[in-house]
Every structure is written in structure tokens, then in C-alpha cells.
Design a protein around this ligand. Structure first.
Ligand code: HEM
Length: 139
């Protein structure tokens, strides 16, 4: 069971991280694009953002499930708590980006590009730290 959960966990990480990189590249393309094209790119970015957010929820679901299978939080290696600090930062940044995206969709104006880029950078770097700490913690 743990192997299936870990496989889903790693696949979810691949989807979330890939989405982050794709949205970073899309933001670069949107910067010099005409208004119509920038709007279309923004729509794709919103879809990728939603998929990445679902992948993050899957990381939580499979992660908590694995912790329970492995004997609970107390049985986790020392570095696991440090990993969870970065996981929390990723989650808060992603939640805020989703909130700004939803609010922008309702008002019809795109979210602030600089804020979204900053949130993307914070969550991307934190996800990288969480991934490296997970490898160190469990191997
Ligand atoms: C940004 C979010 C996350 C990332 C990037 C991430 C990344 C990873 C990676 C790369 C591994 C594989 C480590 C290895 O076996 O070498 C792993 C394992 C693990 N993760 Fe996560 N994870 C995230 C969220 C979570 C959450 C929210 C939990 C639990 C609350 C969790 C619990 C675990 C556990 C228990 C394992 C070890 C499974 C095992 O080897 O038996 N993860 N994680």
C-alpha cells in the first residue's frame, strides 16, 4: 500500500512542479503579447494553476495517509518536521494564489502579474526545499 501511495505522491509532485514551471514560462510569453493573446495565456495559466492546486491536495492526502501507515507523526524522521514547514509555505502561497485567481475571475480583471509571479517563486522554491528534505529524511 505504501508503495502505491508514494507513487501517487511523487506523480502529484511532478504535476504540481511541472505546472509551476509551465506557468512561469507562460507569464514570460504573456509579458510582451498583445492584449487578446495575453488574455488567452491568462486563461491557460488559470487552468494549469487549478490542476497544480489539485495535485497539491493529492500530496496532502497521500502524505497524511503515508504518515498514518508509517506509525504517525512521532515515528517520522527528524527532518520531516522541517519538510513540513516548507510544505506549509507552499500550501499558504498556493491558497492565496487560488484566492486571487478566483477573485480576478469574478471581477473580470486579471490578477496582479507581479504578485502572482512572487507567489509562484515562493511556492516553487519551497516545494524544491520540501522535495530535497523528503529525500534526505527518508533515505
Ligand atoms: C509540497 C509538498 C510535498 C512535496 C514536494 C513532497 C515530496 C516528497 C518526496 C519527493 C518524497 C519521496 C522521498 C523519498 O522516498 O526519497 C516524499 C515522501 C513522503 N512524504 Fe511528501 N511531499 C509533500 C507533501 C507531503 C505532506 C503534506 C505529507 C504529510 C502530511 C508528506 C508525507 C510524506 C511521507 C510520509 C513520505 C515518505 C514515504 C516513504 O518513503 O515511505 N508529504 N515526499
Amino acid at each position: 500500500m505504501i508503495k502505491i501511495l508514494l507513487a501517487i505522491h511523487l506523480f502529484s509532485f511532478a504535476v504540481a512542479a511541472g505546472g509551476g514551471v509551465a506557468n512561469m514560462l507562460a507569464a514570460r510569453s504573456a509579458r510582451g503579447a498583445a492584449a487578446e493573446a495575453a488574455r488567452a495565456i491568462g486563461g491557460v495559466q488559470a487552468k494549469i494553476g487549478r490542476l497544480s492546486f489539485i495535485a497539491l491536495l493529492m500530496l496532502w492526502l497521500t502524505g497524511v495517509w503515508m504518515v498514518l501507515q508509517l506509525g504517525g507523526f512521532a515515528a517520522m524522521p527528524a527532518l520531516f518536521s522541517t519538510k513540513m514547514v516548507f510544505v506549509l509555505i507552499v500550501t499558504l502561497a498556493a491558497l492565496y494564489a487560488q484566492f486571487l485567481g478566483q477573485r480576478a475571475a469574478k471581477s473580470g480583471t486579471p490578477p496582479n502579474g507581479a504578485t502572482m509571479a512572487r507567489l509562484g517563486m515562493v511556492s516553487g522554491i519551497s516545494a524544491l526545499c520540501a522535495m530535497v528534505l523528503a529525500v534526505w529524511a527518508f533515505n
